[in-house]
Design a binder for this molecule. Structure first.
Ligand code: FDA
Length: 389
């Protein structure tokens, strides 16, 4: 065999695996640079982990699958690595850790670790004609005009999901998994803005407010943002992972207050204020304008009965909308679904029926919430495979 390990994909998971697996390791990526999603993540500061990580922060057909890898490589293990490399970091909110300076520091740390481990990194290189051979796998690696047939004892799929095709996302791992008979869970874009017909939120783009957005049975207390295409912001991105085409979402526009009590209080204080303008005390004025027109709010606060105010408070706490769709893989941060966990060992990410084949990171049917969970899965699953290679 030419190599002990060939890893396809030099993103977060592939870099982590290559940095720790030892032996003759080759890391292949078709992009010009490794770790491009790390570089652009977290607004250029990389939200590299979340200190509150546990399996409940992930979507998967098997909610228990991620537990083993996450327990054996924790957020604090990655924090130690970051600190050892002198990278300054801070907690932004909700356990989310970011670099103080630049996400490029994480890329540099990871490529430095890969080099220190003696692994070879080949960029602008693609893999094709992958097949099972006696004692391992054979594949053709190509760079420009040059192609070479190589063999390896172990093959690791780490080419990520379909999100952001402009950055080279390809769904390649799914094709190879399919070729080797590994089952797949249907994929769809996740952590993605939701779209609405043009003009639905005319005048509102740029308006943001704290909300609780619920899709299915799962709700998130975070900010929501109106855009020219529809709705975005952390609360919407989070809920999008639980939303299915055609379903409604429920938005609490006043999650941090007792809206009924507030409206009753206002009725006593400023009874002559219009109902429309009274809403300004609870939500941004532009949204008051929109809802007053939508819900045909008329009259003054003082004219409203308790029941009328309770109804209004109820509408504010459960604004029900049906998105037309999502922005799709073009802007989705991650891909839901992927290589079925049924086919893999949760201990080392190895295919149960095809020893030597591994799948790590986003290509596996484990998808994290927004907030550093996806990188933590990439680090942890990459490390789980590395430990057994
Ligand atoms: P990843 O996509 O990182 O790497 C796959 C690699 O495989 C790429 O280098 C690609 O070029 C290569 N590849 C693909 N097809 C190939 C082929 N056919 N041949 C060879 N190479 C191939 N998460 C988080 O926890 N915190 C955050 O702050 C963010 N922020 C963020 C921002 C944006 C804009 C996006 C799009 C995503 C995030 N994420 C995130 C999600 C996070 O980036 C993602 O979950 C991880 O990068 C997944 O790591 P992987 O290594 O599995 O795939």
């Amino acid at each position: 065999m030419d190599y002990d390990v060939v890893i396809l994909g030099a993103g977060a998971a592939g870099l982590m695996c290559a940095a720790h697996c030892g032996g003759r390791t080759l890391l292949i990526d078709h992009a010009k640079k490794p770790g491009e999603k790390i570089r652009i993540s977290g607004g250029g500061r990389c939200n590299f982990t979340n200190t509150d990580t546990s399996a409940v922060n992930y979507l998967s057909s098997n909610p228990h699958f991620a537990k083993s890898a996450l327990a054996r490589y924790t957020p604090w293990d990655f924090v130690s690595l970051v600190s050892e490399h002198g990278i300054a970091w801070h907690e932004k909110t909700l356990g989310q850790l970011f670099c103080d300076d630049s996400a490029q520091q994480i890329v540099d740390m990871m490529t430095g670790l890969v080099a220190a481990a003696g692994a070879e990194l080949r960029l602008q290189t693609s893999a094709s004609s992958i097949e099972k051979v006696e004692g391992g796998f054979a594949l053709t690696q190509s760079r420009g005009e040059r192609s070479q047939r190589i063999t390896t004892t172990a093959l690791v799929l780490a080419t990520g999901g379909k999100s952001i095709p402009k950055m080279g996302a390809s769904g390649f791992a799914y094709d190879i998994a399919r070729q080797f008979g590994l089952p797949l869970v249907e994929t769809r874009p996740a952590l993605v803005p939701l779209t609405f017909p043009a003009e639905r939120f005319a005048g509102l783009p740029g308006t943001a407010l704290p909300t609780r957005v619920t899709a299915g049975a799962t709700g998130f207390d975070e900010a929501m943002l109106f855009t020219h295409r529809g709705l975005s912001g952390p609360a919407i991105l989070q809920a999008s992972s639980y939303w299915q085409e055609g379903e409604e979402i429920r938005i609490n526009l006043t999650p941090r207050m007792d809206a009924f009590a507030r409206l009753r209080g206002l009725r006593t204080e400023v009874g002559r204020r219009s109902l429309h303008r009274a809403l300004d005390a609870l939500i941004p004025a532009k949204l008051s304008d929109h809802l007053a027109a939508d819900w045909q709010l008329t009259g003054n606060l003082g004219d409203q009965s308790d029941k009328a105010l309770a109804d209004l408070a109820g509408r504010l706490s459960e604004w029900v909308l049906t998105p037309a769709g999502s922005e799709g893989y073009r802007t989705a941060e991650v891909t839901l679904g992927g290589i079925s966990t049924d086919a893999l060992s949760s201990k080392d990410m190895q295919a149960k029926d095809l020893p030597g084949l591994y799948a790590i990171g986003e290509c596996v049917d484990v998808t994290g919430w927004l907030g550093g969970y996806n990188f933590q899965w990439a680090w942890a699953s990459g490390m789980a495979a590395a430990r057994s290679l």
